[in-house]
Write a protein that binds this ligand. Structure first.
Ligand code: NAD
Length: 393
């Protein structure tokens, strides 16, 4: 079969714009042409484009006009505007996580700890509604770039659920490291919250996804979240925090430690921990405890490869694994980190949707349930962990 030709464009020129580009280049089932990029940082966009031999567009609209698919790799506050603009032009959009959120009241002195979280929940869901409405009126679709859904270990668990009719009783998972590189990640007004949304969205969405898979496989009906209880803390902003230089600690108004306890409509559970206080590299894992099996999905670190290096300098030109503080001694060196993280798999799958109409695993409704659970969790945290009902999509 001849591969379909699809033109694509990237919005943003930072960290995620880079790994999206690399993952798109690995696509084999669709003939993808990366036409260009656009970013509000015109210098950064020009450098990004030059390095990759693509065109830097001078406006979002001109990029959207020139492509079939738009990758939204901006900070969360711009996801709705970019996604809706692409959908209104009948284009597909591949939107980074989180789908959208609540980014404050626009005032200069907005502070993430000094507003009613019910406002955040209501406003975030209004934003979700606008995106979904734009999708419903569009010939394009929103594909939600939650790489945890596409990680090989999560997709293997999907196969187990589908073929054995398992009932998941409890999922627990974590995403953590020692702090994001992003300057915007420090301000609620740019990210829609702190670690609970920024990192918590990953294992949470994987848990929501697996319960959907379970329900669809057994009864043709997804199992949705019902309530969430949560706590959120700011450990590195405590007066008593002792900075030794290993953990990022210059956040303005966001949480850096969070726990969400989700109860699904069938009474089963998921617990998600997310934090910015863990040294030793990325700590991303998810475990499924089902009635007929147990699965431990080790994402990072994992032991696919381990290296022992007696002299730090020996590995100076060698990429070992994300966010590790030292390359000396034993390390869980990743032979292909992007693969374990699901980046190439998600792009391959998204372009099968764009080109050949395959239903996506990670869509706007999964993203919407994730946002709804997250902001209900912030409301619960404000109420010191009282259970809050989750609206589902
Ligand atoms: N899935 C993952 O593993 C993963 C990892 C990192 C980041 N992310 C997500 O990717 C998104 C971007 O994060 P990042 O780390 O790439 O940030 P970044 O700061 O490295 O890059 C953001 C880029 O967006 C541009 N930008 C900002 N506002 C814009 C606007 N209104 N229009 C166009 N361009 C705009 C900036 O100039 C910059 O080039 C976030 O939503 C983040 O949560 C996902």
């Amino acid at each position: 079969m001849e591969k379909k030709h699809v033109r694509t464009g990237i919005v943003g020129s930072g960290f995620s714009a880079s790994f999206h580009f690399e993952a798109v280049r690995k696509i084999y089932g669709t003939d993808v042409e990366i036409v260009g990029n656009y970013s509000v940082d015109t210098e950064g966009a020009a450098a990004y484009a030059k390095q990759r031999g693509i065109k830097a567009f001078d406006s979002l609209e001109s990029l959207i006009d020139a492509v079939d698919v738009v990758h939204c790799c901006t900070p969360p506050y711009a996801h709705e505007a970019v996604s809706v603009a692409a959908l209104e032009a009948d284009k597909f959009v591949i939107c980074e996580k989180p789908l959208t959120g609540y980014f404050g009241d626009g005032s200069g002195d907005f502070h993430g700890e000094r507003f009613a979280k019910q406002i955040a929940l209501d406003t975030a869901l209004e934003s979700v509604d606008r995106i979904i409405e734009a999708e419903q009126n569009s010939k394009g679709r929103l594909l939600y770039a939650e790489n945890w859904v596409y990680m090989p270990s999560i997709q293997k668990e999907r196969e187990i659920l589908e073929k054995t009719g398992a009932q998941i009783l409890w999922i627990h998972g974590e995403e953590a490291h020692s702090g994001s590189h992003s300057k915007d990640y420090a301000y609620w007004s740019r990210c829609g919250g702190g670690v609970l949304i920024g990192k918590g969205c990953h294992p949470l969405t994987a848990a929501l996804y697996l319960k959907r898979v379970e329900g669809n496989a057994r009864d043709g009906k997804p199992i949705r979240p019902k309530t969430v209880s949560a706590r959120a803390h700011s450990l590195t902003r405590m007066d008593s925090f002792r900075d030794e230089g290993h953990i990022r600690c210059n956040y303005y108004d966001i949480d850096d430690f969070s726990i969400m306890h989700v109860e699904f409509e069938d009474g089963t559970l998921a617990d998600v921990i997310a934090s910015d206080i863990v040294v030793g590299g990325i700590h991303n894992w998810l475990e499924v405890c089902a009635n007929n099996h147990r699965a431990v999905c080790n994402i990072n670190p994992n032991t696919a490869m381990q290296t022992y290096n007696p002299v730090e300098a020996n590995f100076k030109d060698i990429y070992v694994v994300e966010k590790i503080e030292t390359k000396q001694g034993w390390a869980c060196t990743s032979p292909d980190e992007d693969w374990f993280t699901g980046y190439p798999q998600e792009m391959e799958a998204f372009y099968r949707t764009v080109a050949y109409g395959e239903p996506p695993q990670s869509d706007s409704l999964l993203a919407a349930d994730s946002i709804s659970t997250i902001y209900s969790a912030y409301l619960s945290a404000e109420r010191k962990g009282a259970a809050v009902d989750v609206r589902t999509y």
